[in-house]
Structure formats: structure tokens, C-alpha cells
Write a protein that binds this ligand. Structure first.
Ligand code: 3H9
Length: 684
């Protein structure tokens, strides 16, 4: 077994270095090893202080999250920290890099904190639906006061070394470990006393905390972790520390078992698994990525251009007409200025980013780009023309990407003599904000093009998920079926506002009909018209709305009425009548539809389609589909994505429902063989 720690003595110091790949997560064996080594230094009369540090980029990423679902083993992190605090000799930490969650708490269990310049401290537990559970909520307030501690605990945002010093978390910042050890040796030789953080008193008054807590509570939408976080920091003022620590530990375990926390852990690991590709090894050499070209200066094209500029990659935008190009470039500049005005980026940063974007009306201007992303009108002949031209001008080895959301990328690739270099990069609108990018591998796409595109996705701050070519790829194919079921339910007897409310109550920011109103009913209508009879189920009501000029929010009328440009729609009796007419024409006797039926039918459509997608090899794993929904469709992380939700509900139940719907409703409910198989395995 690898050595999880390295120990050394140096003068009066006993040094423990954590070295558990990849991130020094504080798993059971590492906790045991640190505890043992500390005990040894405590017993050694030549040692006067223990130094604890990490290796590489990591001090420690915190508790080992993989252990949260497998049962706890002693020594717990709280035991280890208590042992350090009970010792007779001071413990000094040198935070050499990332110190998150339990890693930060381990440091707070020591007497003195030294920082290297690259140190980053955070309590990301909130992103896992939890609060720090090994003393963080009690000790950080003792060092920096309740209000500032609360911000760190409830935002999960990392702070860098200089901010940590300014806040009073650390003694000092030193340039490297050598300097740290030299200075610690000096202080130890001068008689460094013990000074456990737990013995300090919280500065300031509890009233200040209430003011600081108010905005967090207001935004929390009842999230348990936020409420408990506030309660915990309150206790740091009022309760004896041991009582508060016991409460914090119990609360941490209680929250950990909640479905919200389980869902967020699932997404954490699913996002990391999504980067792994079965037939593309992690060490596949990447193609260079120093410059980019974008074809099309519309909303998508300019949004994608900003993604590159945000990551420091120079990008050239191509448009056919100068006026449209100028308009697109002006939009980019304006977006950066707004970000600057809102304090999201500095003035220099805004200028630097805008400066990385240039434009041209000559396609040959992308001849030297390492990647070109096409974002022109969604029509195969237009795409063919663009790709044939790119094939003629781009340098050998350039990646030729398309942002199509509806067209067959294998066919697009046929327009070139280099289909191995062609790939889909399906950004979601607004492209500079939405995290998801579906990386669409076509039949002939080369492995290094896939690997480079996945790495690029991460570099530009996105969450890339690999999918294959099919109608709608993974996300839209699932989402269209979800929407289609909502339409069918409306024709059977539900009303749009009932359907939307079911989903907003369930946790979505918007229901499916409001989303259609926001996106524009004309968009789906045009796609359905272009496809003609290929559309598997007629969206009759939606088509009628579009045909009568009810395009949604932008025309003030869609599924809802939007009086005077309001963003929130109100029910419209005209729409109700139109729905009743459609039901009558189709010979459907309208009936009351329960909220439960709406929820199950729409969600299981997503899930059954998701299983089909995995079964067909379009997506690698069900977790990837959850990542797609959370990052591209506003799905709440606290629900973990549709596929996770189905597993939580019980796959046997889902499979039984889908089978019944298939018998009662129609062929579009044909159960996925993989769903049936997994349901059987889960029930076994
Ligand atoms: C906590 O500490 C609770 C305490 O308050 C109380 C306890 C009683 N555990 O992200 P990467 C894996 S809660 C297990 O690709 P990066 C990750 O899955 C914890 N595994 O690297 C991946 O595995 P694989 C609070 C972990 O450099 C590999 O490490 N801490 C953990 O882009 C590399 O990860 C957090 O929430 C973990 N804690 O980013 C921190 N962390 O290679 C969560 C990572 O098999 N972690 N792995 O796919 C992070 O935010 C990022 O991983 C980090 C590194 C910034 C550290």
C-alpha cells in the first residue's frame, strides 16, 4: 500500500506530510496515519512541535466523500482533531495549496497556520447540501467573527492566501516551505506556546450575526443546510464549545443522510465521471489550442466567442456582412462592460477579454486557428457550404466544430475531406453563461479530437459531456419527449398552469410551458414544420398557438398572457378554449388529471428516453444525463437529475409505470430494455 504520509524530523520539529493521491482526502487510513505519527512526535522528547502539511497542489480536499455512503470508521476526523488539540506540544500547519472542508477544519484544529502563496481555503460542504462537521462552524467564528465565518460557510467560495491573512485566519504568508520551516523552528526554539483555536472567544456580538444572516436566509428557499449553518454559527456565541461541536457533528450526519445531500454528492461524482471516456485514454495527446475562430456573429456565435476570450484564448469571429459583424462585436463589448459595471470583473479584465475578440468578413481569416466553431443558420445546405469552405482554408489538424443542435453531424462532416477533425460542440444559450457543452462525437471523429474538445470544455469553464449523434443528441431528445408528454396531458385534461405548477413545486425554476414561452413558440414550430411527418407526435396546441402569432413572451401572448411585457404569465381563457377545441377535434374526452400523474408521466418520459440513449450508446452512462440536466436545463442539483431521481424512487416502480403507460397510452412509451434490465437487477 502507498504511504499515506511521509514523516521526518528536523531539529525540534516533527513533520507530517499528507500524500494520499489524488487530493489528500482525509479517508480512514490517512486519519489513522496522521494520528499515529502525531502520537509518536508527542512521545519523542527531542520533538517540541509537530508540523502538518500536504503535497503538490493539495493540503487536503477534506473528508473523503466516497466514505459518506459506506459507513464511518474510527478514528473519525473529529477524533483526530481532538487528539491534536489535546496534545502537549504545539501543532503548526503549513497550508501549501487547497485546504477545503475537513482539510480546513484540520488546520483549525491546530495552533498556528502558515500559508504558502498558492493556499486556497474553503468550506464547500454547502455545495454538498451540508455544513462543516468537524469544528469549522465553531472555530472559524472564534478566529474571524461570526459574520465573516458565516459568509465562508454559506457560500462555499474559496479565499486566497492574502484574504485569509487579512481576515486573521493565518499567522503569515511565507514564500515556500523552507522559509516556513525556518521560521517555525525559530519560534519553537523561543518557546512557542500552545494556542488551540477552540480556546479563543468569538469576537463581536451575536447581533451582528443576525444582520449578516438575513440575506442568506432570504435567498435560501428553505434549504436545510443554510438554516443549520446559521444555527451553528449562532451557537458559537452562546453554547459551550463541546456542546456546540457535538451538535454540529450530529447535524452534519443528519444532513448527510438527506436526499438533497445524496443528490448533490451524486452530481459531484457524476460530473467527474463524465470526463472519462471508455475508449479514449486519459493520456491521449491533445492537439494545440491557442487560437479559435467562430463562424457566425449571432447570439450563439458571440456567446461562444466570449467563452474563448474568458479563458484567455484569442478568437476571431467571421460574419458575411460587415454590419452584422460590427453588431456582434459591439454586443460582446457591451456584455463585458455590463459585467464590469456590475463588479463581476475588473475594468482591466473587461478590456483584456474584449481585446481578445477580433472580427473579419473573410473566412480565410481563420486559416491558422486551432479550432473553428460554426454557429450559422440551422440548415444542412448552409452548414455544408461553410464546412466545405473551412475544409479549403483551415490548416491541417484544425478542429472543425459545429454548434448545431438539430442536424446530423455525420452528414455535416461529409462536406469536408477530413471528417476525423469534425465534432459537435453543442453550447446552450446564453453560451457564455450556461455551463453545459455537449461534445458530440460523430462516426469518424478522431480520438484526439474528442480528448482535445473535452479538455477545451474544461479550460473554458464548462462542463463537457460526451454524447453521440442522434436526433436532439442527449439533452434535447430527452427534453422534447418530456415536453411532448406535457402536451399530451394537456390534451387529455390538464391545463398549462397546472402542469407548470407541478414542476415549480417540485423544484424547477420554470415549468415546461413557461420555458416554451420564453424560448419562443415559433422556434419549435419552425423545426416541426421543416421535419413534416417525421415529428413523432403532433404538438397540435403549440402549433395552433404559433400559427395565431402567439410566440410567447416576446409577443406578449403564448401559453400565457404577458400583460405589458411582464415576465410572469397569467392564465388565458382563450388558450383554455383552444385546448378544449383541440381535445374535441381529436375525440378526447377531457378528464381531471392529478398532479401525481403529471409528475410521473413527464419525468418517466425523460427517464425512459435516457435509458434508451444509454442503451444505444449515445451517452456513456446515466450519470452523464443527470449532469446534462443540472448544467444545461436548470435542473436543481438538490434533485440530482432525472436519472438519479428515478433510482431514488425505485427503478422497479419506474419500470412498472412505464410498462403500464405503454399498454394504456401508446407506443411512445415502449420501455427501454436497459431500464427493464436495471429494474430487475435492482429488485433482485
Ligand atoms: C467535508 O470535508 C466534511 C467535513 O466538514 C466533516 C467531516 C466529518 N473525497 O475535482 P477533481 C476526487 S466534505 C473523495 O477532478 P481538481 C474526485 O472525485 C468535503 N474524492 O480535481 C476525482 O476522482 P477521480 C469537502 C475526492 O483538481 C479526483 O479526486 N470538500 C474528493 O479539478 C480529482 O478531483 C469538498 O467538497 C473528496 N473530498 O479539483 C471538495 N475531492 O479522478 C471537493 C476530490 O476518480 N473537491 N475527489 O474522478 C473539489 O472541489 C475538487 O475535487 C478539488 C480538486 C478542487 C479539490
Amino acid at each position: 500500500m502507498e504511504n499515506l504520509i511521509d514523516t521526518q524530523t528536523r531539529g525540534p520539529l516533527g513533520i507530517i506530510r499528507m500524500q494520499r493521491a489524488p487530493v489528500n482526502a482525509l479517508g480512514h487510513a490517512l486519519r489513522g496515519a496522521i494520528s499515529e505519527a502525531h502520537r509518536g512526535f508527542e512521545a519523542d522528547p527531542a520533538i517540541r512541535a509537530t508540523v502538518l502539511t500536504g503535497n503538490g497542489k493539495f493540503f487536503s480536499a477534506g473528508a473523503d466523500i466516497t466514505e459518506f455512503d459506506t459507513g464511518r470508521k474510527k478514528p473519525y476526523l473529529t477524533d483526530l482533531i481532538a487528539r491534536l488539540e489535546e496534545g502537549t506540544k504545539p501543532v503548526v500547519v503549513i497550508i501549501n495549496g487547497i485546504a477545503y472542508g475537513g482539510g480546513f477544519e484540520l488546520a483549525l484544529g491546530c495552533d498556528y497556520i502558515y500559508l504558502l502563496p498558492q493556499a486556497r481555503l474553503a468550506f464547500p460542504e454547502i455545495n454538498l447540501g451540508n455544513i462543516p462537521g468537524a469544528g469549522g462552524t465553531q472555530k472559524l467564528p472564534r478566529l474571524i467573527g461570526g459574520p465573516k465565518a458565516l459568509d465562508i460557510i454559506l457560500t462555499g467560495t474559496p479565499i486566497d492566501a492574502s484574504r485569509a491573512l487579512e481576515l486573521g485566519i493565518a499567522e503569515t504568508i511565507v514564500s515556500d516551505e523552507e522559509e516556513a520551516l525556518a521560521r517555525i523552528t525559530q519560534t519553537v526554539e523561543a518557546g512557542l506556546p500552545r494556542r488551540p483555536v477552540r480556546d479563543l472567544t468569538v469576537p463581536g456580538s451575536a447581533d451582528e450575526l443576525e444582520t449578516a444572516a438575513e440575506p442568506h436566509l432570504r435567498r435560501s428557499r428553505g434549504a436545510m443546510a443554510v438554516l443549520k449553518g446559521v444555527e451553528a454559527v449562532r451557537m458559537s456565541y452562546s453554547a459551550p464549545i463541546d456542546e456546540a461541536l457535538a451538535w454540529e457533528r450530529d447535524t452534519f450526519h443528519e444532513l448527510n443522510a438527506s436526499s438533497e445531500a445524496r443528490a448533490q454528492r451524486h452530481i459531484f461524482f457524476a460530473e467527474r465521471s463524465a470526463r472519462k471516456i471508455a475508449d479514449v485514454p486519459a493520456d491521449t495527446p491533445l492537439r494545440p489550442m491557442e487560437s479559435a475562430g467562430i463562424i457566425g456573429a449571432g447570439t450563439m456565435g458571440t456567446g461562444i466567442a466570449m467563452c474563448f476570450a474568458n479563458a484567455g484564448i484569442p478568437v476571431r469571429v467571421i460574419e458575411q456582412e460587415q454590419e452584422r459583424l460590427d453588431h456582434g462585436l459591439a454586443r460582446i463589448r457591451q456584455t463585458y462592460e455590463t459585467m464590469r459595471d456590475r463588479g463581476r470583473i475588473s475594468a482591466e479584465e473587461a478590456q483584456a477579454r474584449a481585446g481578445l475578440v477580433t472580427g473579419s468578413v473573410d473566412l480565410a481569416a481563420v486559416a491558422n486557428a486551432d479550432i473553428v466553431v460554426e454557429a450559422v443558420f440551422e440548415a444542412m445546405d448552409v452548414k455544408h457550404e461553410v464546412f466545405a469552405k473551412l475544409d479549403a482554408v483551415c490548416k491541417p489538424g484544425a478542429i472543425l466544430a459545429t454548434n448545431t443542435s438539430t442536424l446530423d453531424i455525420d452528414k455535416i462532416a461529409e462536406a469536408t475531406s477530413r471528417p476525423r477533425d469534425v465534432i459537435g460542440l453543442h453550447f446552450f444559450s446564453p453560451a457564455h453563461i450556461m455551463k453545459l457543452v455537449e461534445v458530440v462525437r460523430a462516426r469518424k471523429t478522431a480520438k484526439d479530437v474528442i480528448a482535445t474538445s473535452m479538455a477545451l470544455g474544461q479550460r473554458i469553464g464548462k462542463i463537457p459531456v460526451l454524447v453521440g449523434v442522434c436526433d436532439g443528441f442527449a439533452g434535447n431528445r430527452m427534453f422534447i419527449n418530456f415536453n411532448r408528454e406535457a402536451q399530451i396531458l394537456i390534451e387529455e385534461g390538464a391545463l398549462p398552469w397546472q402542469v407548470d405548477k407541478v414542476f415549480t413545486d417540485w423544484g424547477l425554476a420554470m415549468g415546461p410551458l413557461s420555458v416554451m414561452d420564453l424560448a419562443g413558440l415559433d422556434v419549435g414550430y419552425r423545426i416541426r414544420q421543416a421535419r413534416g411527418s417525421q415529428t413523432p407526435y403532433p404538438f397540435t396546441t403549440a402549433d395552433r398557438l404559433a400559427e395565431s402569432g402567439r410566440y410567447g413572451q416576446k409577443t406578449g401572448r403564448g401559453w400565457y398572457l404577458y400583460p405589458e411585457g411582464a415576465r410572469r404569465g397569467v392564465p388565458d381563457p382563450e388558450v383554455e378554449k383552444l385546448i378544449e377545441d383541440v381535445s374535441r377535434e381529436k375525440g378526447i374526452r377531457r378528464r381531471p388529471v392529478t398532479d401525481e400523474e403529471i409528475l410521473r408521466r413527464c419525468l418517466w418520459q425523460l427517464v425512459n428516453t435516457g435509458y434508451q440513449i444509454v442503451e444505444e450508446g449515445i451517452a456513456q452512462r446515466t450519470g452523464d444525463l443527470d449532469v446534462i440536466f443540472v448544467n444545461g436545463y436548470g435542473w436543481p442539483r438538490t434533485r440530482g437529475g432525472p436519472m438519479f431521481y428515478a433510482r431514488e424512487t425505485g427503478l422497479a416502480q419506474v419500470a412498472a409505470d412505464v410498462t403500464r403507460f405503454h399498454e394504456e397510452i401508446g407506443p411512445h412509451w415502449k420501455p427501454s430494455a436497459l431500464l427493464l434490465e436495471e429494474a430487475k437487477a435492482a429488485g433482485a
